[in-house]
Ligand binder design. Sequence first.
Ligand SMILES: [Zn+2]
Length: 233
Amino acid sequence: MSELNELLHAAQKIVFLTGAGVSTASGIPDYRSKNGLYSTGGSPEYLLSHNCLVNEPEKHYEFVKNNMIHPEAKPNIIHEKMAALTRNNKADIITQNVDGLHLAAGVNAQHLVEFHGNIHYIYCQKCGHTVSLEDYLTSMYHKDCGGILRTDIVLYEEAIDTQKVEKAVTAISQADLLVVVGTSFVVYPFASLIQYASPDTKMVAVNRDAITLPPQGKMITGDAVKEFEQVEV
Ligand SMILES: [Zn+2]
């Protein structure tokens, strides 16, 4: 039995904290990584900022449309194994990813926090109505009222929804095992969530590159897909 599998089986209440590395195997590039996507017209951090949405909505729209939306992407083995553990009420998932793939994998939604939102939820900033992804991909303007559409993701300079923060903090404070997967853990406030774990909570990270962990943390450096292939649910 793999080390990760042993830890998962020994745990009563698991919290997975997931990032872009979980979705690269589904063909979604990590815009923060060296091999991730690049775009003309500014840094991803600017193009995905509230400031850009307000002052240069066309640039923001083009970046989101061309780089952030992947309707063809399918969940991979990591999403699937995690989803099965949520259906057993054994795990919660707190994700930085906005691609909706944890939901698509059949997660028990009660056990999922999409910390930065979901890019498939689109609404009009003027009238508040929701519109389909197809409508958004056709135009950045709401066809009914002319307002500018936006996705429900949390942009740079925007606050995380309080209810999501509370749900994440509650899950982490009750966990006896935290599993960090596919994130270099540099994005705040996401990375600061682990401070709410109790002192005897075990922690393990699975990532392509080693990341900085608290003293009780265990690092598994390697391909998360290979690790989760060995997980028995
Ligand atoms: Zn509207």
